[in-house]
Structures are given as structure tokens and as C-alpha cells.
Design a protein around this ligand. Structure first.
Ligand SMILES: Cc1ncc(COP(=O)(O)O)c(C=O)c1O
Length: 365
């Protein structure tokens, strides 16, 4: 006798069912892409040359990450055992959370911040404790200190933060690490190059500090998916137990050495973005638009109740920007990535037109 076939699929864990859906736009985006904080131009030409030299063996064999990890560690002044390459910083975050967060543990987060922290926490049974930043979106240091409990197991700080572009100081980060020795302090330095300040030099000296970095932003390798986590050897040993040995693919491994060696290209791109950021901020000021001072390659701008229309009009003018209205405390705010000065001229022209249309519309009402 054949068994009855059930018609519904098995349900996932309750925690997963309760998760909010996170759907960044992933197709049909043929415009100036100022919505993902990517490098808006290109990676180093040396990376393209390396891609051209990829041999068949690089594809048939499983990727061998150790030599590249050793090279990167030397580049950063760290020991190879202190550094793990990951499939983008996203994998570093995911694996760190899986390594340290048990049921009943607490992940402490200032918000608004990078959305994926909450997503990966939801893949564990830990509790997410959020601390809302004030209207100035400055790092809520005192409130974070006050929220630390014996169950705090990870404190995640994006520095500079997204979507605000604001930063926590080195002294504040050190104080957090010291106040919560039972917790891992993860400093996510995805936007480090546009800021210039780091706590990477404290890795190893501070027993509960880990630093995450990505090659998706300034280096322009978002499509290859490569990032890293650095921390004390004892801690990284546990992380490596959870990390897939093969999650960083051979093409990414072949491209990382030329990317980190080409300091001239990185410096040029970062200099270009910093200059473009200053020009774009001046343009926002001239239009009388409120913005938050940013140390990253994006600026958060106050649009108000017509934020969705603003995003639509900018898109129609050929510029993609990101509505952050659903982030905590960000209603009516839109994040705009900073590209090159040339690209930002196009963005400023689109902004001028969009604001003229919006303001004409408000007067007519
Ligand atoms: C703060 C922060 N961390 C990490 C990431 C993701 O980096 P990756 O592309 O290396 O996964 C982002 C991407 O937007 C980010 O804003």
C-alpha cells in the first residue's frame, strides 16, 4: 500500500518563522548604483590580469586558502592563526554568531545598524538586545554600557556604522571590551578605508576583540565574496571549527593577493570617494537637506514623508538610492552611496531635479 502524501512542506523553527523578510533588490538594476555601498567603478587592473591567468586546476581543485591567509596576515601585521578568510564579511558574522551564541545568550546591538546582524542572530536561539541611537545617530555608548548583562555574549559594532556613517571611538570600543570580558566585541570595519581609523592593531592584545573586514567595498570585489575575521588565536580556533574550509572560492583567492598589493589603486579610489563625499555633502547643504556627517562611502539624508517618491524619482533619473525608512529610527531617511566625483555630478543633477519636482508638488498641495 502506498503511504499518503502530505501536501504541505515541513515548517521551519519558530524563530525562523518570526523573522522579517530581508529582500534587497537583486536584479534589473541597470543605472548608477548608489544603493549598495559598493565600489562604483572597478577593482584594481592587477586583479583583472590575475583573473585572465586562472588555470584549469584552479577550477577543478578545492580552493586552498592557507597561503592567502598567511599573505593577508603578513600584510596586516598579524599571525596567520589570527586571520580567517570568509565568504564575505557576512559569513564571518554568521559563523561568529554560531560559534558563540547559545539559547538565552544576548547579542547586544546599537541600532540602526547593518541588517544582517539580526538575520544571523535569528539563526541561533540567542536574544537580540537593541539600543536605539538618538536623533543625531551618534554611537549610543553610555546606553550600550548600561545594557551589558552577564548573558551578553557578543556586542556587534559596525565602525563606521551603516546606514548612519557615524563612528565609535577607539576609547569607547576598548571600554566596551573591558566592561564585558564574558562577551566577544566584534568591530565590523567594512568601511574602514573611507574612515582611516582602526582597532585591528589591538587584535591579540585584547582577549575578546575580533575585527571583521571586507574586500567588497573599497577594493571593489563584492561579486567575488571575500572578507575576513581577525582575533586572538584561541578564539579563532573555535571559529575555524564552524567555518567551512571551502567557503572562499578559488577565484577570490587568486584575486586577493594582487588586490592587497595594489595600494596605489586603493589609495586613488578612496581619495576619489572622500573628495566626492565632500562635494556631495556641500550639494546637500546647498539644497537645505538634513544629512548625518559620514565617515564612510555613503550619506544618510532626511527626505521626510515622501521618501518613497524620492527614491522613485531618483531611479527614474537613472540613480538608484536606498530607502532606509524601515530601519529603527530612520523613517523618511534615504542612504546614498558615494562614487567618483564624475558619478556624483550625475547624482547631484538627479537630486536637483528630484527636489525641484518634490518641492513643486508640495507647493501645489
Ligand atoms: C557594516 C557591513 N558589514 C558587512 C557588510 C557585508 O560585507 P560583505 O560583502 O563582505 O559580506 C556590509 C555590506 O553592506 C556592511 O554594510
Amino acid at each position: 500500500m502506498t503511504q499518503a502524501v502530505t501536501t504541505s512542506a515541513p515548517a521551519p523553527r519558530a524563530r525562523v518563522q518570526a523573522m522579517k523578510e530581508y529582500h534587497p533588490p537583486l536584479g534589473n538594476r541597470d543605472a548608477l548604483r548608489l544603493d549598495f555601498n559598493e565600489n562604483t567603478l572597478d577593482c584594481s587592473p592587477k586583479v583583472r590580469e590575475a583573473l585572465g591567468r586562472i588555470a584549469a586546476g584552479a577550477l577543478t581543485r578545492y580552493p586552498e586558502r592557507e597561503p592567502v591567509e598567511a599573505l593577508l596576515a603578513a600584510h596586516l601585521g598579524l599571525r596567520p592563526e589570527q586571520v580567517a578568510l570568509t565568504n564575505g564579511v557576512d559569513e564571518a558574522i554568521h559563523v561568529l554568531f554560531q560559534t558563540f551564541l547559545d539559547a538565552g545568550d544576548e547579542l547586544l546591538l546599537p541600532v540602526p545598524t547593518y541588517t544582517m546582524y539580526e538575520v544571523y542572530a535569528s539563526a541561533t536561539e540567542a536574544r537580540v538586545v537593541t539600543v536605539q541611537a538618538g536623533d543625531d545617530l551618534q554611537f549610543p555608548f553610555e546606553q550600550i554600557l548600561a545594557a551589558i548583562t552577564p548573558r551578553t555574549r557578543i556586542i556587534a559594532v559596525a565602525n563606521p556604522n551603516s546606514p548612519s556613517g557615524t563612528v565609535a571611538s577607539r576609547a569607547q570600543l576598548l571600554a566596551l571590551a573591558q566592561r564585558a570580558p564574558q562577551a566577544v566585541l566584534m568591530v565590523d570595519e567594512a568601511y574602514f578605508h573611507f574612515y582611516g581609523e582602526t582597532v585591528l592593531d589591538l587584535v591579540g592584545a585584547v582577549p575578546n576583540l575580533v575585527v571583521a573586514r571586507t574586500f567588497s567595498k573599497a577594493y571593489g570585489l563584492a561579486g567575488l565574496r571575500i572578507g575576513m575575521l581577525a582575533g586572538p588565536v584561541e578564539l579563532m580556533r573555535w571559529v575555524r571549527r564552524v567555518l567551512s574550509p571551502y567557503s572562499v572560492n578559488s577565484l577570490a583567492l587568486a584575486c586577493l593577493p594582487p588586490a592587497i598589493e595594489d595600494a596605489a589603486y586603493l589609495d586613488w579610489y578612496v581619495g576619489e570617494v572622500r573628495a566626492a563625499r565632500a562635494e556631495f555633502e556641500s550639494a546637500l547643504d546647498a539644497l537645505g537637506m538634513r544629512r548625518w556627517p559620514s565617515r564612510a562611502n555613503f550619506v544618510l539624508v532626511e527626505i521626510g514623508p515622501r521618501h518613497a517618491e524620492f527614491v522613485r524619482l531618483m531611479n527614474a533619473a537613472g540613480v538608484l538610492v536606498r530607502d532606509r525608512s524601515s530601519d529603527p529610527g530612520c523613517d523618511g531617511r534615504v542612504r546614498i552611496t558615494i562614487g567618483t566625483r564624475e558619478q556624483m555630478k550625475q547624482a547631484i543633477a538627479a537630486l536637483d531635479r528630484t527636489m525641484t519636482t518634490l518641492r513643486a508638488g508640495s507647493e501645489a498641495q
